[in-house]
Design a protein around this ligand. Structure first.
Ligand SMILES: [Cu+2]
Length: 275
C-alpha cells in the first residue's frame, strides 16, 4: 500500500472512531426527545426508533460500501479504463425491490399507528375545548353536565372572551381556564379552535402538533400516563407575540384535578348569568 492511501485509511478510521465516541457520549446525555406522557406518544416514539434503526443501518452500510468501492476500484494507472455496462437486470430488480419493500413496510407500520391515534375517542373521554388566540391558549371544560357549550365568534366580548353562547344552557356551567389540567390515565378529547389566526397546538410530551384553524374544529384524543407539568408552545408563526405563546398542561391525579377544577370560575359567574 502506498503512503497516501495508508494516510487516507487512518484518517477514515480516526473520523469513524471520533464520530462513534461523540454519538455515544452526547446521545447518552442529551437525547433529543422530551419526556413522553401519553400512550400515543409512546407509539410515536417506538415508530421513531424503528425508522431511525432501519435508516441508520442502511446509512452505515451504504457508506461502508461506498468507501470500499472508492478504495477497491481506485485508478492504478493513467491508462486504466472504467468497466462499463448498460444494463444489469438482476441488480436493478434487487436495488428497486429492496428499498421499495423496506419503505412500504415502514409506511404500513406508521399508517397503522396513525389510524390508531386518529380513531374516534372512547365514549368516556373527557371533552376539552382548546382555543388559540393571539397570544395565549385558553381551555373550556364542560362543567357538571358533561357537555361543552356552543360558541360563536359573534358572542366574543371583554367579559365573554371565548364567545360562548349565553342562550345555550350547556354553556352556563362551563369552566374557562388558562391552564390545561388533565387527570392521569383518563382519556381526554381535545377540540381545537382559534379565535383569530392560524395557531398550532403543540404538546411535545404527547408528541402531538395539531393546527388550530379559525372557523373549524380539529380534534385529537389522548390518555395521559405521566404526572407532571408540560409545555404547550404554539407551533405556527401567528404574529409578533408568537414567541410568548406558551401554555402549560398539568397531568395530575383525579382528586387533584377535581379540586383544581372546582376552584375555577364558571361561565355564568364570569358574565353574571342567572341559571
Ligand atoms: Cu399562535
Amino acid at each position: 500500500m502506498q503512503a497516501g492511501s495508508v494516510h487516507g485509511v487512518l484518517f477514515a478510521v480516526a473520523v469513524l472512531v471520533l464520530v462513534g465516541i461523540g454519538v455515544v457520549t452526547i446521545g447518552d446525555q442529551w437525547w433529543w426527545l422530551p419526556p413522553v406522557a401519553s400512550i400515543h406518544g409512546a407509539t410515536i416514539d417506538a415508530l421513531f426508533t424503528v425508522t431511525l434503526v432501519v435508516t441508520g443501518i442502511v446509512f452505515i452500510l451504504v457508506h461502508l460500501l461506498l468507501a470500499y468501492f472508492v478504495w477497491r476500484y481506485r485508478a492504478r494507472s493513467p491508462q486504466q479504463q472504467a468497466y462499463f455496462y448498460l444494463e444489469n437486470r438482476p441488480l436493478e430488480v434487487v436495488y428497486t425491490l429492496v428499498p421499495a419493500l423496506t419503505l412500504t413496510s415502514l409506511i404500513a407500520v406508521g399508517t397503522r399507528a396513525w389510524f390508531r391515534i386518529h380513531s374516534s375517542p372512547p365514549a368516556e373521554a373527557m371533552p376539552v375545548r382548546v382555543i388559540g388566540e393571539q397570544f395565549a391558549w385558553r381551555f373550556q371544560y364542560p362543567g357538571a353536565d358533561g357537555t361543552l357549550g356552543r360558541f360563536h365568534p359573534r358572542f366574543i366580548s371583554e367579559e365573554n372572551p371565548f364567545g360562548l353562547d349565553p342562550e345555550d344552557p350547556a354553556s352556563h356551567d362551563d369552566i374557562i381556564t388558562t391552564e390545561l389540567h388533565v387527570p392521569l390515565n383518563r382519556p381526554v378529547v381535545a377540540y381545537i379552535n382559534s379565535k383569530d389566526v392560524l395557531h398550532s397546538f403543540f404538546v411535545p410530551a404527547l408528541r402531538v402538533k395539531q393546527d388550530a384553524v379559525p372557523g373549524m374544529t380539529t380534534r385529537f384524543w389522548f390518555i395521559p400516563t405521566q404526572t407532571g407539568t408540560y409545555d404547550i408552545p404554539c407551533a405556527e408563526l401567528c404574529g409578533q407575540g408568537h414567541y410568548i405563546m406558551r401554555g402549560q398542561m398539568v397531568v395530575e391525579s383525579n382528586a387533584a384535578f377535581e379540586a383544581w377544577l372546582a376552584q375555577q370560575p364558571t361561565f355564568s359567574t364570569m358574565v353574571g348569568l342567572s341559571h
